[in-house]
Ligand binder design. Structure first.
Ligand SMILES: [Zn+2]
Length: 309
């Protein structure tokens, strides 16, 4: 491949020159046209924001003009370089409003970009494959704007501390708030079991082979669920109250270095509360729409696997 001498001046220009040279259309983007080979080159255009020079093509049969950008998910985005930056910022403990201040975007544009990230999550969903020896699962509790509307998040973590699955579920309020919650917001549904089942179902698609060991705490119904999805795996349950008693005793002895069998999942729960701003306790940044919390968690999972999109 012969490159323009000017194009070799900087890495950015080199990348631009390569994209200009390398794209070769395979198919016309017009859904009504079935032409696959007859294209002519039709000049080029430059995207100054990302220093790219892009060639345009024209279909000989339907006369549609297109380029490599036409089929990209960020087609017609004016600030396409901020999409990945936004995804990075929201999984590093920033709220959407703080992201908008950092990126110098308006809040509505930031929010629209955040919703657009769902397209990227959908695109990568089937491509994420993982191989692990051991998995742990648990449920994390958070709120939907008020403590009277609690939400539960079913989490599955691999031995390598990777978050593999997260599903948000509606749950009724507990304790003293239960009565207040029923009076103010009506009876809340309990979707925790279904969502945990859904996360196990999604996990079976994501894993290359079933895990050898599955660990969790002792909550009723967990054993049945594991048996349904991974009948061959060894299932270990740890008693939480026993662990707490042990920790209290250890505290007396001032010997904190005791092995916690569920450390990966507990560590991930703590990490999520720090890295996803809306999961932070005692904060005014709360989830206003449960579907956005789900998207936020999906972006977190995706960002563990991808370096760019
Ligand atoms: Zn065409």
């Amino acid at each position: 491949m012969i490159l323009h001498r000017g194009a070799l001046r900087s890495g950015i220009e080199l990348a631009g020159a390569l994209s200009l040279m390398s794209f070769c259309p395979q198919k016309c983007p017009n859904p009504d046209c079935h032409s696959s080979t007859a294209f002519i080159r039709k000049g080029h255009f430059r995207i100054r924001r990302i220093h790219l020079k892009i060639r345009k093509f024209q279909c000989k049969s339907c006369k549609r003009i297109f380029s490599s950008r036409t089929t990209k998910p960020d087609y017609r985005h004016k600030k396409m370089d901020l999409n990945f930056k936004l995804a990075k910022l929201i999984v590093e403990g920033n709220s959407l409003r703080s992201c908008s201040r950092i990126l110098q975007l308006s809040y509505s544009n930031t929010y629209r970009k955040f919703l657009w990230l769902k397209k990227i999550v959908e695109l990568h969903k089937d491509k994420l494959k993982c191989r692990t020896h051991k998995i742990q699962f648990d449920e994390l509790e958070t709120i939907h704007h008020t403590k009277c509307k609690p939400l539960s998040v079913a989490l599955i973590v691999s031995e390598e501390y990777l978050l593999l699955e997260a599903q948000v579920a509606e749950m009724p309020a507990k304790g003293r708030l239960a009565e207040v919650s029923r009076r103010k917001y009506g009876v809340r549904q309990d979707h925790r079991k279904e969502k945990l089942r859904e996360s196990f179902k999604n996990l079976t698609k994501k894993l290359v082979s079933p895990p050898e060991v599955i660990e969790s705490d002792q909550r009723p119904g967990y054993r049945q669920l594991v048996k349904e999805h991974f009948p061959q795996s060894q299932y270990l349950q740890y008693n939480r109250s026993e662990k707490e008693r042990l920790q209290a005793r250890l505290h007396e002895k001032q010997n904190k270095k005791k092995f916690d069998p569920l450390f990966p999942i507990n560590h991930k729960c703590a990490l999520l509360r720090s890295h996803i701003k809306r999961l932070t306790r005692r904060s005014w940044c709360t989830t206003k729409k449960p579907e956005n919390l789900q998207l936020h968690l999906d972006i977190f999972i995706l960002m563990q696997f991808v370096k760019s999109f």
